[in-house]
Write a protein that binds this ligand. Structure first.
Ligand code: FE2
Ligand code: FE2
Length: 133
C-alpha cells in the first residue's frame, strides 16, 4: 500500500475540522513510514494519533451538540469505536505481537475508516453548519 494522499474532495470547507482531519491523515502517514525500519517510532506516533483523534472528536461533537444535530448519538458511537480500535491496535503493537503484514492491513483499515467517515458521516453535518453560518 502506498502512502496516504489527501484529495480535495476530503475537505469539508470548514477550516478547523479540515485541519484536524489532515493532521490525522498526516499521523497515519507517519505511522506507515515508521514501519519501514523505524518501528521504534510506531507506538509514540499511534499515541499522537489517538490524542489528535480524541481532540478532534471532542471539537466535532461539541459543534454538533450546539447545532442539535439529530445524528449525533450515532456519530459519537462511531468516534468511540475508532478510538477503541486504535487503542487495541496500539497495545498489540506495543507488546510486539503484531506482524508487519498486519500493521499494514490495519493502517489501510484506519485510512479507509477515516476517509469513509469524512466522506459520509462528516459530510452529512456540513449543511447544518452552513445553515448556522
Ligand atoms: Fe466525525
Ligand atoms: Fe471529523
Amino acid at each position: 500500500m502506498g502512502y496516504i494522499n489527501w484529495t480535495d474532495n476530503l475537505d469539508l470547507g470548514l477550516p478547523v475540522m479540515d485541519a484536524d482531519h489532515r493532521r490525522m491523515a498526516d499521523l497515519l502517514n507517519q505511522f506507515l513510514q515508521s514501519l519501514d525500519g523505524r518501528e521504534d517510532r510506531a507506538v509514540p506516533i499511534l499515541e499522537s494519533l489517538i490524542g489528535a483523534a480524541q481532540a478532534h472528536f471532542q471539537r466535532e461533537e461539541a459543534l454538533l451538540d450546539q447545532l442539535h444535530y439529530p445524528e449525533l448519538p450515532y456519530h459519537r458511537l462511531e468516534h468511540q469505536r475508532l478510538i477503541a480500535q486504535i487503542n487495541h491496535f496500539k497495545n498489540r503493537f506495543a507488546s510486539g505481537e503484531m506482524p508487519q503484514g498486519n500493521s499494514l492491513a490495519i493502517a489501510d483499515w484506519l485510512r479507509r475508516w477515516l476517509f469513509d467517515h469524512i466522506l459520509n458521516e462528516d459530510r452529512a453535518y456540513r449543511p447544518f453548519v452552513m445553515r448556522l453560518a
